[in-house]
Design a protein around this ligand. Structure first.
Ligand SMILES: Nc1ncnc2c1ncn2[C@@H]1O[C@H](COP(=O)(O)OP(=O)(O)OP(=O)(O)O)[C@@H](O)[C@H]1O
Ligand SMILES: [Mg+2]
Length: 336
């Protein structure tokens, strides 16, 4: 069996009455990239923060390379710190303005009382495409893209097994997003760390991810290999989410009609009973309103879904409009 960089089992994170994460189970193999997608407020960042133990989970377990870190205190967490790093959305907010770039990038090693830090800082800066002289500068002297390269250099300097990247490009200028994304992809391939890639950018998911996990109101509704999720999404929410994403081909884009989910995401304080998605699901039936759907495996590569209406072979409802299919027929041609 492949060894696992991360095992999250039935993770729960409540903030008082807010059930931000409510039973998430997720595994990431060494060296593979799992994208975590879902609309704003679904709990993606909270999962990420539990994994790097910026938060102590309310329930469940987090294992890094086999070690249970769920409730370790600061001191006992220290030996595991080098195994996992996080890159945040906003590099301006996550870099201490009083420190030089070199101090920022070297800090994880200083906390581990390592030697030869400045050589490693230069090496880490070089890896992310920055000159070693940048170490003397202050973060505010750099552009947004450069600052995000600095946070990546800092995150990777300890050679972690796992990187949590929480929307690493979404705060950047569109013109530099692709470069930073390419950099992450190159580094992942060269260094071989596992990655939990949290994003709203589905084209980035197609480009980077081996697997996709779809989150809705604190829970995973579907997960599986990228090609399965994009090619035959089973959960109505996944179908809706994918149909709302822009596609590069303008003709196809015009032909598409996103599935409208109507209302906003329901409150995480009082989530709907039964399937949490039933209040917005175009195909919900009575069972969906009362019975919580179990997660089931529906295909190869661990394709799993939690929906009453999906069959065991993965077939089931398709809530996407057929507009793009009808476009494939040539105009004027009659059906036989
Ligand atoms: N520290 C906190 N205290 C109280 N509620 C919180 C806290 N952090 C997050 N939440 C709530 O938990 C839920 C999930 O938030 P989270 O930030 O994890 O979502 P997200 O999927 O990352 O959203 P986005 O895509 O906007 O980043 C939201 O309802 C949010 O308001
Ligand atoms: Mg977030």
């Amino acid at each position: 069996m492949d060894s696992l960089a991360l095992e999250v089992e039935d993770l729960v994170m409540h903030f008082g009455p807010v059930r931000a994460v409510d039973g998430v189970t997720l595994r990431i193999r060494q060296g593979s990239v799992v994208a975590l997608v879902g609309e704003s407020g679904s709990g993606k960042s909270t999962v990420g923060r539990c994994i790097v133990r910026l938060l102590e989970p309310t329930g469940g377990t987090v294992r890094l390379a086999g070690a249970d870190i769920t409730h370790l205190n600061r001191r006992r967490l220290r030996p595991h710190r080098r195994d996992v790093s996080i890159v945040f959305q906003d590099p301006a907010g996550s870099l201490d303005p009083r420190l030089s770039v070199g101090d920022i990038v070297g800090e994880p090693l200083r906390l581990m009382r390592r030697k030869d830090i400045s050589a490693k800082v230069s090496e880490s800066l070089r890896r992310v495409g920055l000159r070693p002289e940048v170490a003397q500068r202050a973060p505010h002297e750099l552009s947004g893209g450069q600052r995000q390269r600095v946070s990546i250099a800092r995150a990777l300097i300890s050679e972690p097994r796992l990187l949590v990247a929480d929307e690493p490009t979404s705060a950047l200028d569109v013109s530099v997003q692709a470069a930073v994304l390419n950099l992450l992809a190159d580094l992942q391939r060269d260094l071989g760390f596992a990655c939990l890639f949290i994003t709203h950018d589905l084209s980035a998911v197609e480009y980077l991810a081996d697997e996709v996990a779809v989150m809705y109101l604190g829970q995973l509704v579907e997960q599986g290999p990228r090609a399965r999720i994009f090619g035959s999404p089973a959960h109505p929410y996944t179908q809706a989410l994918l149909s709302a994403a822009p596609v590069p081909d303008p003709a196809e884009q015009r032909a598409r009609r996103p599935v409208l989910l109507g209302d906003d995401l329901p409150s995480a304080i009082d989530p709907p009973p039964g399937c949490r998605f039933h209040t917005r699901c175009p195909v919900a039936v009575d069972t969906c309103r009362t019975v919580v759907p179990e997660r089931r495996t529906i295909g190869e590569g661990g394709h799993q879904v939690a929906c009453h209406l999906v069959n065991d072979d993965g077939t089931g409802p398709d809530v996407r409009p057929v507009a793009s299919q009808s476009q494939l027929l040539s105009p004027g041609r009659e059906a036989p």
